[in-house]
Design a protein around this ligand. Structure first.
Ligand code: SF4
Length: 709
């Protein structure tokens, strides 16, 4: 805490206002000021405190960017410490660095570029770093006003498979329950997620859940220390002795969840431990799913899961005895080439038990970054219009009528496809609102090459990142953005539990930074001034009025005025009493094939993990929860012994794509599996392997391991 005060010492009053009045710009758990809607007491964590400096830091001197060669090689952490982007800047091909330009020149030049461009060769990407629903909404509206559906957001890299699987299964693409349902449910199961690290205050909810008798289950290759025991600082007994969180661990192989869940489901069907009445009254496709499971051999299930049938039986018994359960999952499930199927396997199990539409039950894709939930709902998604409406000619015609201008009816590029298009020379303009493709996508070398090929690259951001230092085909622009707190007329964020929360404007002016939605809006106006009147949304208040009309389930957003104002769209539970918003009100089972990753002698499956960081912003070289440095290779004790390794010994991992030099870090992880930090491990990950349903890259690879002196 003293470190945080010291870091923000030049602007402590503003830091306090952000904490006391703002909606947290960290994760998507959701809090307004210092209080949430789930438990009493103060809601605050180190992630939020670490992010404070982004909101209090002064402007970067404009001469800091006059020579990019001197900045190359600096870490993003060092680039961040240069200060806030304060002025529009331009670097033309062949120039050593960025030069300050006026906003007028910026809009004039970019407007001409967009006016001249083929809309199919222009793309927009919106990050999840604290941007508000207004920014998502305006980004998609401007993209469509300019004639392109190439607009996507950071959800594409995390929970897009959840969106795809939930939509086809339940007719909705959001968490079906509330956090309150964790507290007192019989069983709370986490698949491939580590909330102790990624949503820290959720440990307070877990502490209360344990006190209410809830059993916690982890299905994860690594026994995450933060989920074994966590010290909740605001609770006296927990602060002293810790809270034992997890009751049952199932250490599957990475990518073994479908096999494990299929085995569990197969047992439950065989034993008749299914909620028959729910299946009959509220679902379709059960028999097809059952036949699929019956055809799977136990050998293949055990081999792929990395666990014996006895473990699947143990899990099946826990579910049999749980009248209520909440199933929670995250990127350990989704970031695979078969992410949609892995989510589907969880949904199938939840449907078979009827964990839907009532108190203490739910299906929860827990979100990592603030407001990422709202991205697709606002339409900043290459495959849907606002409200999650699929892109087709009928829906395009309807939106065109509402907007008064023609909206394209063809699906756009996903985030990954934008980079592929750039690499192939098929993009003339790439407009990035935050984000850092260079650090977030697999194979940074290929990403670097692709970005450098785009003739006009625009980086609208609050800070400098290393992707903005890459040479451009012709021009690279830096557009200084206000933070969510500085945003004119305030802004809203949607949390994992679908709570739409208002964060008021907390005025501050850094250089010439503009609100992100205002930059986008002005760009559209200057591109086609003759149609400028069709953009509307002259203020944040007017935009929220429009959102309420275009996205009916956001009705109410227009009435939010001050800190604490919020509503939960759909109420505490979606699919109330098991009735889903599908054409016939029924949910649908879908069979999920085994990915058959296989674990070959002499190789390991490596996947990437988060440490003390927020997105690609790294706050500590050591993860306080397990003591691992950033170059740690998490490996099982058995594998260490077999390889003759001790903690700290040098190891080299090699995949078909690249290599990673690190140190062995023995932990309790399923043998045959390794974990390394993201984004450092991205060199090992190949491009081109994405989930068919959601478009998420597979952030894992088969590697060999060699010792290094
Ligand atoms: S748990 Fe998430 S929402 Fe809550 S304070 Fe921490 S970062 Fe913010």
């Amino acid at each position: 805490m003293l470190k945080v005060i010291w870091e923000n010492r030049d602007n402590l009053p503003y830091a306090w206002k952000v904490l006391n009045r703002g909606v947290c710009d960290g994760c998507a758990l959701g809090v307004a000021g210092l209080h949430d809607w789930t438990i009493k007491g103060v809601h605050l964590c180190m992630t939020r405190l670490n992010l404070l400096r982004l909101n209090t830091m002064p402007a970067m001197p404009e001469e800091a960017l006059k020579d990019v060669a001197s900045l190359r090689g600096m870490s993003n952490r060092s680039l961040r410490s240069l200060g806030r982007l304060a002025y529009p800047m331009l670097r033309r091909k062949g120039e050593p660095g960025f030069k300050r330009v006026s906003w007028d020149e910026t809009f004039s030049s970019l407007g001409k570029h967009f006016r001249d461009a083929d809309p199919r060769r222009a793309a927009f990407f919106v990050t999840a770093r604290g941007v508000t629903n207004e920014v998502y909404y305006m980004a998609q509206k401007v993209a469509r006003f300019l004639g392109t559906n190439h607009v996507d957001n950071a959800a594409r890299l995390c929970h897009a498979p959840s969106t795809a699987a939930m939509k086809r299964t339940l007719g909705i693409a959001a968490t079906t329950c509330s956090y309150k349902d964790w507290i007192g449910t019989d069983l709370l199961v986490f698949f491939g997620s580590n909330p102790a690290n990624d949503q820290p205050v959720s440990t307070k909810y877990l502490h209360e859940a344990k006190a209410a008798g809830t059993k916690v289950v982890m299905v994860n290759p690594y026994r995450e220390p933060g989920m074994e025991r966590y010290w909740v600082p605001s609770n006296a007994s927990s602060a002293m002795f810790g809270t034992a969180i997890t009751d049952h661990w199932f250490s599957v192989h990475q990518g073994g969840d479908i096999a494990f869940l299929s085995g569990v489901s197969k047992i439950m069907i065989q034993e008749g431990w299914i909620n028959r009445s729910f299946v009959e009254d509220h679902t379709e496709g059960f028999e097809v799913w059952k036949e699929h499971l019956q055809a799977l051999s136990w050998d293949s299930l055990e081999r792929d899961a990395g666990l014996p049938r006895a473990a699947m039986l143990e899990m099946a018994k826990l579910l049999r005895d749980a009248r209520n359960a909440v199933l929670v999952w995250s990127m350990g499930i989704t970031q695979h080439g078969f992410g949609t199927d892995a989510v589907q396997a969880i949904l199938n199990l939840g449907l078979a038990q009827g964990y839907l539409g009532r108190d203490f039950n739910g299906l929860m894709p827990i979100r990592g970054h603030s407001s990422v939930q709202g991205g697709a709902e606002m339409g900043a998604y290459s495959t849907v219009f606002p409200g999650g409406i699929p892109i087709n000619s009928d829906n395009a015609a309807q939106l065109s009528q509402q907007y008064g201008f023609e909206v394209p009816d063809w699906p756009g590029y996903s985030a990954v496809e934008m980079i592929e298009a750039a690499d192939q020379g098929d993009l003339d303009i790439l407009y990035s609102i935050g984000g850092n493709f260079l650090r977030t996508l697999p194979d940074p070398n290929q990403v670097s090459q692709a970005l450098s090929r785009v003739p006009v690259r625009v980086h609208q951001d609050i800070l400098m990142t290393d992707q903005a230092l890459l040479d451009g085909g012709q021009e690279v622009w830096l557009l200084p953005a206000r933070t969510r707190y500085e945003q004119r007329d305030g802004g809203v964020e949607t949390s994992t539990e679908r709570r739409v929360m208002f964060s008021p404007e907390i005025p501050r002016q850094v250089g010439e930074a503009m609100s992100e939605w205002e930059i986008l809006r002005e760009l559209a106006i200057r591109t086609f001034p003759e149609r400028a009147h069709l953009i509307g949304c002259e203020s944040g208040w007017a935009m929220r009025e429009e959102i309420a009309r275009i996205v009916p389930f956001y009705d109410g957003i227009q009435h939010l005025r001050q800190t604490g104002d919020a509503f939960q769209y759909g109420g505490p539970h979606l699919c109330p009493d098991g009735v889903c918003p599908t054409s016939d009100g029924r949910a649908r089972f879908h069979a999920t094939p085994l990915p058959g990753l296989g674990h070959q002698e002499g190789t390991y499956w490596v996947s990437t993990r988060r440490g003390k960081q927020f997105n690609s912003l790294i706050y500590s070289e050591v993860d306080p929860l397990n003591g691992a440095p950033r170059n740690a290779v998490l490996i099982s004790q058995e594998d260490c012994e077999r390889e003759g390794l001790a903690q700290g010994d040098g190891v080299m991992l090699r995949s078909d794509t690249g290599q990673f030099s690190g140190v062995a870090w023995p932990v309790r992880i399923t043998p045959g599996n390794l974990q390394i930090h993201w984004p450092e491990g991205n060199d090992l990950i190949a491009t081109g392997r994405t989930d068919k349903g959601g478009g998420v890259p597979a952030y894992n690879a088969r590697v060999t391991l060699a010792t290094e002196p």
